[in-house]
Design a protein around this ligand. Structure first.
Ligand code: DAH
Length: 383
C-alpha cells in the first residue's frame, strides 16, 4: 500500500495551496473534478476500488479487459495517467511522496490487469476448446471423389502398356509451326494431304497442331537411334465437327527407330496392345493406306470386340473396327532430322484416344466426352 496524503485540497495544509482560492482551479488539470475536501488517499483508494469492481463486473473478455485497462492506464486519457499529470501543480516538497503513491498505484494496477489478461486468455482458450471440441464417435462425412476423364483414363492405360514394352514418354505440343506439323513430315505446301487436316492458323507460320506426328520430328532432332517413344498428352485440332469428329481431340503418337524395324514388329506390338485394351480375344488386321510420312502405310483394324467378329451395329456388320493409322517411317522423315536411313528404319503409329475411349466404353457421340456432363463421366471409372 502506498503512502497516502492525509492533506485536503483547499485548506491551509493543502498540498495545493494555490488552488484553494478559485473554484476553477479546483477542477483537475485533465478534467477530473477534484472535490475540495476529498483526501488524496481517498482518490487513490477510490481508483483502486473502481479497478477491482471493474475487473469483477465488466471484464468478460480480453477485449473488455483491454478497454478497462485503458480507462485507468492509458497514458493520456487513463485515470492514473491523469494523476501523473497533476504532478506539475503539486508543491515541490510534496511531489516525491505524491509521485511515489501514484507510481505504486500504477504498478499495482498494471499487475492486476496483467493477471486479468492472463485469466481472460485462459478463459477464451477454454471457450475455444469447448466450441471446437471434436466428437470422435461421430460418423465420418463421406468425401466424394471424382474419377479421371475417360480420355485421360485411356491415355494412362496406353502409356502403361507402352511403357511396359520399354517405350519412353515424350511431350506433344499444342502449337506447331508449318515445318514440324507438315513440311518435315513430307507434306509440302501444295500437298493434298494438308486439306484433310484443314486447321486453325495462328499466323502464316504457326498453327494449332493437327496431328501428334510432329513429335516424331522433335524426338529425332534431339535423340539418335535407338528411339522408342510414345508422345502425350496429344491434344490436336482440326476444323471438323460432327457426331464422330470434334474440332479438338486427342492422339497418341508412337515412334520406334532402330536397325531392321519391319511391319512385323508393328503388327506384333499392336496386337499386344489391343488385347490389353479390348480383351484377349481381339485380333488385328492391316489394310493398305496412305500417309505421306510412312511408306508403306497401313490402317489397323481390330476384330469387333462387341460381336466377336460376326457383324453387329458397332462394326457396321463388317466384324472389324478401324482403330489407327501406322506404317514404316518414310525415309525422308529421319533424313530430315539427320538420321541415316540406310542404317536405320522405323515404325510409327497414331492412335485416336477419343475414338478408343468411345469404342471401349460404348460412347456414341464424341461430344459427350467434352460436355463435362457428370452423369456421363461418372459412369466411366476404369482405372
Ligand atoms: N497423323 C495421322 C493422322 O492424324 C495418324 C498417323 C498415321 C500417325 C500413320 C502415324 C502414322 O504415326 O504412322 O491422321
Amino acid at each position: 500500500m502506498g503512502l497516502f496524503f492525509s492533506v485536503k485540497y483547499g485548506n491551509e495544509n493543502s498540498i495545493f495551496p494555490g488552488r484553494a482560492a478559485g473554484s476553477q482551479r479546483r477542477q483537475g488539470i485533465c478534467g477530473i473534478l477534484m472535490q475540495e475536501d476529498m483526501e488524496m488517499s481517498d482518490r487513490l483508494a477510490n481508483i483502486r476500488q473502481e479497478i477491482l469492481d471493474g475487473i469483477k463486473e465488466r471484464a468478460n473478455s480480453r477485449a473488455e479487459a483491454f478497454e478497462l485497462r485503458k480507462q485507468f492506464l492509458d497514458s493520456k486519457t487513463g485515470k492514473i495517467g491523469q494523476l501523473m499529470k497533476e504532478m506539475k501543480s503539486i508543491a515541490p516538497e510534496e511531489r516525491a511522496g505524491f509521485g511515489k503513491s501514484v507510481n505504486e498505484l500504477k504498478e499495482w494496477a498494471q499487475q492486476r490487469f496483467m493477471e486479468l489478461d492472463e485469466k481472460m486468455k485462459e478463459r477464451e482458450l477454454q471457450r475455444r476448446y469447448e466450441s471446437e471440441r471434436i466428437d470422435v464417435t461421430m460418423p465420418a462425412r463421406n468425401v466424394e471423389t471424382g474419377n479421371l476423364h475417360p480420355v485421360t483414363q485411356i491415355r494412362n492405360q496406353l502409356m502403361d502398356i507402352f511403357v511396359g514394352m520399354g517405350f519412353e514418354v515424350a511431350q506433344t505440343r499444342e502449337i506447331e509451326n508449318d515445318y514440324y506439323n507438315f513440311e518435315a513430315l513430307n507434306i509440302p505446301k501444295d500437298h493434298p494431304a494438308r486439306d484433310m487436316q484443314d486447321t486453325f492458323y495462328l499466323s502464316p507460320e504457326f498453327l494449332l497442331a493437327t496431328q501428334t506426328s510432329a513429335a516424331q520430328i522433335h524426338t529425332m532432332e534431339k535423340k539418335k537411334p535407338p528411339i522408342k517413344i510414345v508422345a502425350a498428352p496429344g491434344k490436336v485440332f482440326r476444323s471438323d465437327d460432327d457426331a464422330t469428329h470434334s474440332p479438338m481431340f486427342h492422339q497418341m503418337e508412337g515412334l520406334v527407330v532402330d536397325r531392321k524395324i519391319t511391319l512385323c514388329d508393328l503388327k506384333g506390338m499392336l496386337e499386344l496392345f489391343v488385347k490389353k485394351i479390348f480383351g484377349e480375344d481381339t485380333t488385328t488386321r492391316l489394310r493398305p493406306s496412305y500417309f505421306p510420312f510412312t511408306e508403306p502405310s497401313v490402317e489397323v483394324d481390330v476384330s469387333c470386340f462387341s460381336c466377336g467378329g460376326k457383324g453387329c451395329k458397332l462394326c457396321k456388320g463388317t466384324g472389324w473396327i478401324e482403330l489407327l493409322g501406322a506404317g514404316i517411317v518414310n525415309k525422308k522423315v529421319p533424313e530430315n532430322c539427320g538420321i541415316d536411313s540406310e542404317q536405320y528404319s522405323g515404325l510409327a503409329f497414331g492412335i485416336g484416344l477419343d475414338r478408343t475411349a468411345m469404342l471401349k466404353y460404348g460412347i456414341n457421340n464424341v461430344k459427350l466426352l467434352f460436355e463435362s456432363d457428370l452423369r456421363v463421366l461418372r459412369q466411366i471409372d476404369d482405372n
